[in-house]
Design a protein around this ligand. Sequence first.
Ligand code: RIB
Length: 311
Amino acid sequence: MTDPIVVVGSANLDIVVPVPHHPARGETVLGGDHARIPGGKGANQAVAASRLGGSVAFIGRVGTDAAGEELRGSLVDSGVDCNGLFDTAAAPSGIALITVGADGDNAIVVSPGANHHLAPADVEDNAELKSASIVLLQLEVPMDTNIAAARHADGFVVLDPAPAPETGLPSELLREVDLLIPNETELAILTGRDVDSTNDDDLAAAARSLGVPYVIVTLGSRGALVVDATSARHVPAPPISAVDTTAAGDAFRAAVAVEIARGDAPSPSDTNSEVLHAAAGIAVRVGAATALRFGAQPSLPTAEEVDELLE
Ligand code: RIB
């Protein structure tokens, strides 16, 4: 077990349809049989971190419906502490409509439902959040709640800025964040820059412009770039033939959190990001292994499964 990790975020029931290609505007595509799979960026990250050996608690909201029970069940079965997972009768559980293409890429529409009822009051008194070593946030719950959670937490705050708001991230949130982990598209949206994702200098300059002490930019099959104030180091990903990339990014972020929780979180004033570089080296493998199996939470591997899947 690691130092305590708290994930604040969404839980969605994913309705997944394999498709030969994603529908264009106005197009109808015939797909394969659908599957109902526990997902949601927050819940995926909590489950992934727990399967990788983290000591994890989850704070979120689900509806008082069958989907809510399924989502809670998946978290509990994966060893996640759900004392902070509330029910709400005001909205159905969140769902995500996902198409998965022949090369494993996906397109996702989220209906947040109960996730958007997670309020600042749900996090402001939470003792586990206050004392957690690592706090993992994403943007599928209201921005005010993320700001309240980041302010309340005394530990190292990691933000997955997905889905990325076109208006950028509020400074009240950015100033609380120790490590930001966007993908290259999110980095471009958040900075309003036309970032060349094959150019590490360009990526690093955009990452530094956000004013966060550490940024790890995920680059899909190219791996990741670990950026601090003075260095930018590229971490390659193992080559794979992806089956389904859903939740691969969540697994990456969870793996980084677990590796930080195993050691000492780097101080924001410490520009030696050795810990993060090592964490990213493990996380690219965890993300790649996740993309070799179908669905969100069923695909999230243990450390042993990562090695087996990538053999
Ligand atoms: O990151 C993948 C997740 O995004 C899916 O599980 C879906 O629920 C959406 O939140």
